[in-house]
Design a protein around this ligand. Structure first.
Ligand code: DX5
Ligand code: ZN
Length: 214
């Protein structure tokens, strides 16, 4: 299983120490939640902070933009050295154009769905994206409870990918722990984001390794 620990749950006063264990861990990507207080009811961190995180992080960056008009920031996200840029379906009336802009900038493109958005809306874009990120909580905060209906969404997305021949990965974000992680794997998920489960553990590297082993 590909694991993308979420920076949102890290100790922001001690990012260098957090990156020290993280760089040596089994984590595959670093998940970065950018919030604007408009698309979601919270604000996290912006590019001036992320520039320094990117400098000390040795793993690919998985950037999850929970902002309106994410297309305005393609260059800033690229400048971080980002591997994968995720934009919300609900924030992009011209999603096909935004996916093209992300690819032109040389990054992998992901589309994210809120819990209330059905996977059926992806039918005409799923062959153009590298990843679909399904939110298993309402975006904006770490440490929330996993929404069980996500399991059905993962399974139905897996069927859509098989039917359409899309090679997109399925990533799930919110309330992931070893139990929900196991269920998500069985449903067909490829990538798990985990904030609280990893960063609040007595041994974060160990918690990460447990998820990697799923
Ligand atoms: C929620 C964020 C998540 C969050 C997950 O809006 O998109 O990435 O950090 O945190 P946990 O794993 O604690 O639910
Ligand atoms: Zn996220």
């Amino acid at each position: 299983m590909i694991i993308s620990p979420s920076l949102l749950s890290a100790d922001f006063a001690n990012l260098e120490a957090e990156m020290e264990w993280f760089n040596k861990s089994s984590a595959d990507w670093l998940h970065i939640d950018v919030m604007d207080g408009v698309f979601v009811p919270n604000i996290s961190f912006g590019f001036p902070v992320l520039k320094h995180v990117a400098r000390i992080c040795e793993k690919p960056l998985d950037v999850h933009l929970m902002i309106v008009q994410p297309e305005k920031f393609v260059n800033e996200v690229k400048a971080l050295g980002t591997y994968l840029m995720n934009v919300h379906y609900e924030a992009c009336p011209h999603l096909h154009r935004v996916i093209g802009q992300i690819h032109e900038a040389g990054m992998k493109a992901g589309v994210t769905l809120n819990p209330a958005t059905p996977v059926s809306v992806l039918e005409d874009i799923v062959c153009d994206v590298d990843l679909v990120l399904l939110m298993s909580v309402n975006p904006g905060f770490g440490g929330q409870k996993f929404i069980p209906h996500t399991l059905e969404k993962v399974a139905s997305l897996r069927r859509m990918l098989d039917r359409t021949g899309s090679k997109a990965l399925i990533e799930v974000d919110g309330g992931v722990n070893i139990e929900t992680g196991r269920q998500l794997k069985a449903a067909g998920a490829d990538v798990l984001v985990a904030g609280n489960y990893i960063f609040s553990a007595p041994d974060p590297a160990k918690a990460c390794e447990m998820l990697s082993g799923l």
